[in-house]
Design a protein around this ligand. Structure first.
Ligand SMILES: [Zn+2]
Length: 332
């Protein structure tokens, strides 16, 4: 069973700058009426928004953050607080109808708290007409409302939105922190290392990878390619089946190809760097009873090129299944 992230934002991983800014606002009582939490996907922006909502409405006034046990904190933690809302972004961003409904809701006072807190997800994806309909409310929200917009740091957002909010920067997390978070979600240490390696600092992204079955498929591919009796005589049927599974990953196939590249790279550098951290990735092969193949540096370079060739093919929208089949045959 996964541990739930703590309610108090100061106990969340990383984001020291965001913590400092939010603590200062709370301590001085100068919380603006709107924030933009700007940073990569999956690094905790919504959890910080929830923590801020809890801190503002906490009934224990001896702390500037959230106590976690008063009725208000408990309701926010369980997702049942009537004055804490998340407006989710669907494909194409938050819609104009959602904004209109929100503006109407905000015109009523909060049900039971000092401040109603609303998180608006992924405002970078909003269409201009939806964003424009939010501007007036953003500039002068009705009393006792705080809006927290989240936006991707790699995407453009309208200056009319940023100029009306206090921007709080978020960044990718350290590898060790991601490993700890993943282990708290029940992921075994070896996979957690691997995911942390791949996630680009985003535990949210790493957890998404976990749910797509990529690691299992990657292990299957590595095993088929690594055992000697597989080798060039590997059952063509097995390889074609693997290619089919790979193609079935659709947009996640890119991640799998990165996994394969890391594995090959690891094999290439292992003789020169025995303490290579990537060594953990093939830990599972140690239990393989069959004899494992050994490739020369030249062969590994050729294989890496084959993966890059496949990546280029995918970028050009070539037939996914065909790209996977060609790749697997070239990797043998
Ligand atoms: Zn509390």
């Amino acid at each position: 069973m996964a541990d739930h992230p703590p309610l108090c934002f100061t106990r969340l991983f990383g984001q020291e700058k965001a913590k400092r800014m939010l603590r200062r606002s709370l301590a001085t009582g100068r919380v603006p009426h709107a924030y933009i939490f700007r940073g990569p996907e999956g690094v905790g922006r919504k959890l910080f928004g929830r923590g801020l909502a809890a801190a503002i409405n906490c009934r224990d006034h001896s702390t500037v953050t959230a106590c976690g046990v008063c009725p208000s904190c408990m309701k926010i933690y369980s997702g049942n607080h009537p004055d804490f809302m998340v407006i989710s972004s669907e494909k194409g961003g938050i819609k104009i109808g959602q904004v209109r409904k929100l503006c109407k809701d905000l015109s009523y006072p909060p049900y039971e708290s000092v401040m109603r807190v609303v998180i608006l997800e992924d405002v970078h994806a909003m269409r201009p007409e939806a964003a424009n309909s939010l501007l007036k409310t953003l500039e002068e929200p009705p009393e006792n409302n705080l809006l927290i917009l989240t936006a991707d740091s790699s995407r453009q957002i309208l200056a009319t939105l940023t100029s009306r909010c206090q921007v709080v920067p978020f960044s990718g997390l350290q590898g060790d922190d991601i490993v700890t978070i993943l282990e708290q979600h029940g992921i075994n240490p070896a996979d957690a290392q691997l995911f942390a390696h791949l996630s680009g600092g985003s535990p949210g992204k790493a957890l998404l990878l976990e749910n797509t079955g990529i690691v299992e498929l990657w292990k299957e591919i590595v095993t088929v390619l690594s055992v000697e009796e597989g080798g060039s005589d590997a059952d063509i049927g097995v390889v074609l089946k693997l290619a089919e599974k790979m193609a079935g990953l659709k947009e996640h196939l890119d991640h799998l190809l990165i996994f394969i590249k890391i594995w090959l790279w690891d094999l290439l550098v292992a003789p020169h760097r025995p303490s290579s951290p990537g060594g953990m990735m093939i830990e599972f092969l140690k239990e393989e009873p069959r004899k494992l193949r050994k490739w020369s540096s030249e062969q590994l370079f050729t294989q890496l090129q084959a993966v890059e060739f496949a990546e280029k093919g995918l970028a050009r929208n070539c037939n996914r299944l065909l790209v996977c089949e060609v790749l697997l045959f070239r990797l043998q």
